[in-house]
Design a protein around this ligand. Structure first.
Ligand SMILES: NC(=O)c1ccc[n+]([C@@H]2O[C@H](COP(=O)([O-])OP(=O)(O)OC[C@H]3O[C@@H](n4cnc5c(N)ncnc54)[C@H](O)[C@@H]3O)[C@@H](O)[C@H]2O)c1
Length: 267
């Protein structure tokens, strides 16, 4: 087993300025990977890079709006030019959209979330896979950040659920295509995770999310990052086409009322 196998690999992380993407970028750099941090917002994106370099890591920022295909192409070209090759891409950037029944969403809502959460992932996989194969990486990887909404449909989130199921489908189909070429393709499906994606959600809503979690707490972004690190390492070369939940058992099944005969064993 080689616990250092990810060291020196070059990876792009989209949406690296906050939440799960930032945690992945920081974790990759901490373990010796070279990271192209991409984001729409140059100020916040550069902040992640500054934090990484202050800790002795190797990272560079490239501004990208992942809803724009030409910007994704430029991002991938930049990564290859800057570091000379590309081993992996983490398609993390995405937006949430929730709280309404399907008929209340507009066609503009549809276009906005599809362009970003689905077409953006498609384009990054398309150009990313080409660049990774042209780099002759012997251990390439694509990691798409889906959601438990990509495994278990969420009411009030018909459009978000559609994009995240789409990401899982695209991941699985592509994993078969690239399996012979040293390129793994997996999806990480976070459960409720403490990040800015919840915006100004009222405490009542956050308490509801927490109470839904079998663990009684939401996840931390780093808990997704540890899986992303493992999937980037050479210890995960036989894991491909998987959609792996990081959700404290939230998507494992329906909770029921149960009565313990000996509850004192937990005290
Ligand atoms: N936090 C959760 O509970 C949760 C649960 C399941 C899935 N996810 C998924 O995790 C991913 C990361 O979300 P997060 O929770 O860290 O939220 P976040 O809001 O902290 O991060 C989203 C990132 O995407 C970037 N982004 C948004 N639009 C962009 C665009 N057009 N171009 C480039 N970058 C853009 C943001 O700037 C930010 O860096 C998303 O795909 C989200 O759907 C999150």
């Amino acid at each position: 087993m080689n616990f250092d196998s990810e060291k020196g690999k070059v990876a792009i992380v989209t949406g690296a300025s906050s939440g799960i993407g930032k945690a992945i970028a920081m974790c990759y750099a901490e373990h010796g990977m070279k990271v192209v941090c991409s984001n729409r917002d140059p100020v916040k994106g550069q902040e992640t890079v500054n934090e990484i370099t202050a800790l002795g890591g190797d990272a560079v920022f490239f501004q990208t709006d992942v809803s724009k295909v030409d910007e994704i192409q430029s991002l991938i070209n930049f990564a290859v030019t800057h570091y000379g090759s590309l081993d992996g891409i983490v398609n993390n950037a995405g937006i949430g959209m929730g709280g309404s029944p399907l008929h209340e969403y507009t066609l503009e809502d549809y276009d906005r979330i599809m362009d970003l959460n689905l077409k953006g992932v498609f384009a990054a996989m398309k150009y990313g896979a080409e660049a990774i194969m042209k780099s002759h990486s012997d251990s390439g990887f694509i990691i798409n950040i889906s959601s438990i909404a990509g495994l278990m449909p969420q009411s009030g989130q018909s459009l978000y659920t559609t994009t995240k199921f789409g990401v899982v489908g695209m991941t699985k189909a592509a994993s078969i295509e690239y399996a012979p070429y040293n390129l793994t393709v997996n999806a990480i499906c976070p459960g409720y995770t403490v990040t800015p994606i919840f915006g100004e959600a009222p405490e009542q809503a956050m308490a509801y999310f927490r109470s839904n979690c079998p663990t009684g707490r939401m996840g931390e972004p780093e808990e997704c990052a540890y899986l992303a690190l493992f999937l980037a390492s050479n210890m995960a070369r036989y894991i491909s086409g998987a959609a792996i939940p990081v959700d404290g058992a939230l998507s494992a099944g329906q909770r029921n009322l149960i009565q313990w005969k000996n509850p004192e064993i937990t005290q």
